[in-house]
Design a protein around this ligand. Structure first.
Ligand code: SF4
Ligand code: SF4
Length: 409
């Protein structure tokens, strides 16, 4: 694609990268076929090819309108288009680069700005967990729309002591730790049975993905620096690496090296930390999953796992190794509509994608739906008649109740 970007854009390294990405697009439109928003809305401007064109116009200095912002806002950043693209167009990087620019070019209404600010400030903060607890206490009294945003509590259970020589650092995250601490506790028990210890580290927090995808890049980098500082000493002390149970956070953590490449203080450290991050689905045989009692499990493979981490099939393989009878739904490559804060900011589109995903998952008549990302899990669970769990919660359950019929409430 020909592009004549503004000199102000070409003067920066990310701007030059955006130009390279734009030039690599040959405008074939193959990507539209796997874009969830194009499938739902049927509008070229709501597909990747149209969005790339709109971003090009923005970077060329052409006038942009609220309509442009609307079409870009509707993008889930699921990156299904990247997996489909035969020319290797790195769409995710392009829209990440464009997001802050579109914020400047088309200022949002005050209510919209406040909602985004609140999400960025509240979700990663210490106030989030107590707020969820308060919401649960009055859950029955809340209007349906608010109630759906308050996940049910689930007992975490024991966290085994660090008795093994090989120790991994547990990434707690923000939403996962506040809404479903049972996930990392289940992971710690699975690790313990496999002869590995999962330990927690003070000082780490949100990976920064929430702020990053809302265009607040400086805030995201602050999250990255804080986590790097928190983990550096533990890694130097012999920890094997950083374990992350949520594929969306894993994709962000693994990107720290690139995101901080120009930081004179943190560049090297960021690369070192990123190289030691391992998503839960990357452990394979090390977790000694084999031997659990079988159960019918429908798999929701998150976009961050499939398109961000290039891990299509890994979740299915892990559950199969654990003895589960795995069902892969039709259109497994399509987003469930969660996409970080997307389900809150674009509820109609997110709801339509969720309905379709749940219908496809239900075809397999599963006892439980497995996910590998906290955002997808909570989004699906809010509207599902079938129990939804993190896959390591399922494995932990099967391992601990070996021989008994599996039951998920
Ligand atoms: S498939 Fe790739 S090259 Fe073709 S229009 Fe989409 S992004 Fe451009
Ligand atoms: S990231 Fe997802 S929603 Fe956005 S253009 Fe690509 S396929 Fe469509």
């Amino acid at each position: 694609m020909r592009a004549r970007l503004q000199q102000t854009v070409l003067a920066t390294k990310p701007g030059r990268e955006a130009e390279t990405i734009l030039r690599s697009c040959v405008h074939c439109g193959f990507c539209n076929a796997t874009c969830p928003t194009y499938q739902l809305l049927g509008d070229e401007r709501d597909g990747p090819r149209g969005r790339i064109y709109q971003i090009k116009s923005l970077l060329e200095g052409l006038p942009v309108t609220t309509e442009t912002a609307t079409h870009l806002d509707r993008c889930l950043t699921c990156r299904a288009c990247e997996t489909t693209c035969p020319s290797g167009v790195q769409y995710g990087r392009l829209i990440d680069y464009a997001r802050p620019l579109i914020e400047d070019a088309v200022p949002r209404a005050p209510r919209d700005r406040f909602q985004r600010w609140l999400l960025r400030k509240l979700v990663p903060s210490r106030a989030f967990a107590p707020l969820l607890a308060a919401g649960r206490a009055v859950r029955a009294l809340l209007p349906r729309a608010v109630r759906d945003q308050v996940p049910k509590a689930r007992a975490a259970g024991d966290w085994p002591s660090a008795r093994h020589a090989t120790r991994w650092l547990a990434f707690d995250g923000c939403v996962q730790q506040a809404a479903r601490p049972s996930i990392n506790a289940a992971a710690a028990r699975v690790f313990d049975r496999a002869g590995l210890s999962l330990v927690r580290v003070q000082g780490a927090g949100c990976c920064g993905a929430l702020a990053h995808h809302l265009g607040a890049h400086a805030e995201a980098l602050e999250c990255a620096r804080r986590n790097i500082d928190a983990w550096a000493a533990a890694l130097a002390g012999g920890a094997a690496g950083i374990f992350c149970a949520s594929s969306g956070c894993s994709a962000m953590l693994k990107d720290y090296g690139r995101l901080l490449a120009d930081d004179p203080v943190y560049a090297g450290r960021a690369e070192h930390i990123a190289a030691h991050v391992r998503d839960a689905t990357e452990f394979g045989a090390e977790l000694r999953l084999a031997g659990a009692v079988g159960v019918r499990v429908a798999v929701q493979a998150p976009c961050s796992l499939q398109h961000g981490l290039r891990g299509t099939g890994r979740l299915e393989a892990a559950l199969t190794a654990a003895g589960c009878d795995v069902f892969t739904p039709a259109d497994a490559h399509l987003c469930c509509g969660s996409a970080g804060s997307y389900s809150l900011l674009q509820p109609a589109l997110a709801g339509a994608l969720r309905t379709r995903k749940l219908e496809q998952l239900a075809v397999g008549a599963p006892a439980v739906i497995a996910s590998a990302n906290i955002g997808c899990l909570l989004h699906l669970e809010a509207a599902s008649d079938i129990p939804v769990r993190h896959w390591l919660e399922i494995v932990d359950h099967l391992q601990s109740t070996r021989g008994a019929p599996a039951h998920f409430d």
